[in-house]
Design a protein around this ligand. Structure first.
Ligand SMILES: *Cc1c(COP(=O)(O)O)cnc(C)c1O
Length: 371
């Protein structure tokens, strides 16, 4: 038989698939459990907006039709809400799609992509898949060392990935830090600012001081690409919709590499409706803020260290290998996320759930670490 691995392009040959959070159905099958809570994939515990569900139901009648490949309606609404032109937008099948478009459109094999240690697992995957070289900059206090990233920029560098807030650590950079960095990045290097958790960190009333809004920096920095998603605060992870915001020329190039119908019609309809439901978004953020307090207080009283987070998840430190604790939580019907694949073998990442889910998790955790 032909060695098909040898036939694969080098980047793909050595690729390790992304490891998602354990699905509820898997745990049901494996342990015969029925009461399971999943706090593993930073999903919105409130679920989707009822307006989105209604819009999707209505759209079901049209499933025989191709979706609007240009996503006119969604781009129109996003453009208005973000105060950008519609031709600055690129829609993606999740914002992961956009991360891949940028790499495919701008980076050739052998060129370099810079990102931080402990940053999103998709960055190394995208880099490897196109045969580019990853420059991984050691983190400072679990977060980005922006000066370290600047120092590593060379003639070969095409792209820098920065998640703000960062996943899996939840760390964030301030507006001053970000603009200071962007001012020093040469124009030939693109910066992808991944704002998947933006809504949690940048709320007008409950947000963090000094948390930057990437879209407001686009006019000053033409090499900046901001990505956002409906998967997190909007509670639509299953639909797969995200978007990129950039200057028009970059957006045009990104739109050339995407498939003509990369965002399906239910996703377009659901995302449009979700944008209108400001109340649901606000409630989602409030639940998250309350849950953040609930969980950090619990970690304090259990004397467990954790990384301060601006997202809808927290990494906590067990001070020893976290895997036995992960397994014990599974047996109690609680799914959290191991982060050993991020070289954080002593940590687990828990998504902030509803008050009740958090309580179940806290109880399961305290029983587990006492035994
Ligand atoms: C969840 C997440 C995304 C969003 O992925 P989608 O493809 O939009 O579901 C992007 N970046 C980071 C850092 C994330 O954690």
């Amino acid at each position: 038989m032909v060695d098909y691995c040898e036939l694969a392009v080098p980047g793909v040959r050595s690729l390790q698939p992304y490891q998602p959070g354990k699905p509820i159905e898997d745990l049901q099958r494996e342990y015969g459990l029925t009461d399971i809570i999943k706090l593993a994939s930073n999903e919105n515990p409130l679920g989707p907006s009822p307006l989105a569900i209604a819009a999707i139901k209505k759209q079901l009648q049209e499933l025989s039709r191709y979706p609007d490949g240009n996503g006119f309606e969604l781009k129109y609404r996003l453009g208005k809400q973000l105060s950008v032109e519609t031709d600055q937008l690129t829609l993606g099948n999740g914002s992961n799609d956009i991360l891949e478009f940028v790499a495919r459109a701008f980076v050739q094999p052998g060129e370099e992509i810079i990102f931080s240690q402990y940053s999103f697992a998709v960055y190394p995957l995208v880099t490897q898949a196109i045969g580019a070289r990853a420059q991984v900059i050691p983190a400072i206090n679990w977060g980005h060392d922006l000066n370290g990233m600047l120092t590593r920029i060379s003639d070969k560098t095409r792209l820098v990935f920065i998640a703000n807030p960062n996943n899996p650590t939840g760390t964030w950079i301030t507006e001053k830090e970000l603009t200071g960095f962007l001012k020093q990045v040469p124009d030939h290097v693109l910066v992808v600012l991944d704002e998947a958790y933006f809504e949690y960190a940048h709320h007008p009333t409950t947000g963090l001081d000094e948390f930057p809004n990437g879209t407001s920096l686009l006019s000053e920095f033409e090499n900046l690409i901001v990505t956002r998603t409906f998967s997190k605060a909007y509670g639509l992870a299953g639909l797969r919709v995200g978007y990129g915001i950039s200057n028009k020329i970059i957006a045009d190039l990104l739109n050339r590499v995407r498939q003509p119908f990369n965002v399906n019609s239910l996703a377009l309809a659901g995302a449009c409706a979700a944008l209108d439901d400001r109340e649901h978004l606000k409630k989602s953020i409030e639940i998250n803020n309350d849950g953040l307090q609930q969980l950090t207080q619990a970690f304090d009283s259990l004397s467990l260290d954790y990384i301060h987070s601006a997202g809808n998840f927290i990494c906590f430190d067990l001070g020893r290998s976290a895997d036995p604790v992960y397994q014990a939580l599974l047996k109690r019907g609680v799914i959290v996320r191991p982060v050993a694949n991020y070289s954080m073998p002593d940590h687990l990442r828990v998504t902030i759930g509803t008050q009740q889910e958090n309580e179940i998790f806290i109880n399961a955790l305290s029983e587990t670490i006492k035994t």
